[in-house]
Design a protein around this ligand. Structure first.
Ligand code: SAM
Length: 229
């Protein structure tokens, strides 16, 4: 019996794997820095203290794209450690390139579905924070089931947050922002840090795309919730 039989439907993924072109800088970064900064996906728990060689607040980022915000935040918060999950290989190469250029020792990458990474590699209450910036909005109604922020996933995710740990989501798609607010507000273990949407926290850099959108009058919505003690 295969994973696709009706008895075992394949889990719906929040991404589609695209073949992407890698630049030469990304290919070089992957070869030279991959062995040190990319952690292989595994079904056993990670020991963050062993991985980073220290005890520090650990932040997980889901879907870092090309890693610009990840690198910026890791540089600004050297006392925090960051694990970034991204399935798109050119993005992994791009972040590795930034890690090399900016000499960032506090980032590791897992090139795998973050839902499975959370389930298998991250322990309960292991995370000080989770960043989900501009997750795929899946505009069409028939694709809404692919959106990451859904009650069942959020219920699992909060189990990996320390009491007081935060979940920070941002989106530029208003209907998804509304779904996020509804789903996060309904999770009993989460408490909103704002009354509704939050002001953009200072640590989240403005992306070029976002700055352009804001100039054109498009909105961006940040949501910051904390796990209750
Ligand atoms: C719209 S992009 C945004 C990227 C980046 N956060 C930004 O703000 O530019 C969403 C990214 O999330 C990644 N992604 C979606 N679902 C994922 C998952 N379950 N695990 C890891 N990456 C995922 C996609 O590959 C894509 O690169």
């Amino acid at each position: 019996m295969t994973a696709d039989t009706p008895e075992f439907p394949r889990a719906i993924k929040s991404f589609v794997t695209r073949a992407g072109r890698m630049g030469t800088g990304q290919i070089k970064a992957l070869a030279e820095l991959g062995p040190r900064f990319v952690l292989p996906y595994q079904t056993e728990r990670l020991d963050p203290a062993a991985v980073f060689g220290r005890q520090a607040p650990l932040v997980l980022e889901i879907g870092f794209g090309m890693g610009g915000a990840t690198a910026e935040i890791a540089a600004a918060l050297p006392d925090h450690d960051f694990i970034g999950c991204e399935v798109h290989e050119p993005g992994v190469g791009a972040l590795l390139k930034l890690i090399g250029e900016r000499e960032l020792p506090n980032i590791r990458i897992v090139q795998h579905d973050a839902v499975e990474v959370l389930e298998h590699m991250v322990g309960p209450a292991a995370l000080a924070g989770v960043h989900i910036f501009f997750p795929d909005p899946w505009h069409k109604k028939r694709h809404h089931k692919r959106r990451l922020i859904q009650p069942a996933f959020v219920a699992k995710l909060v189990q990996h947050l320390q009491p007081g740990g935060y979940l920070h989501c941002a989106t530029d798609w208003q209907p998804y922002a509304e779904q996020m607010l509804e789903v996060l507000s309904a999770e009993p273990l989460l408490q909103n840090t704002a009354s509704g949407y939050a002001d953009k926290p200072a640590y989240r850099p403005l992306t070029k795309f976002e700055a352009r959108g804001l100039r054109l009058g498009h909105g961006v919505w940040d949501l910051v919730f904390r796990r209750r003690a």
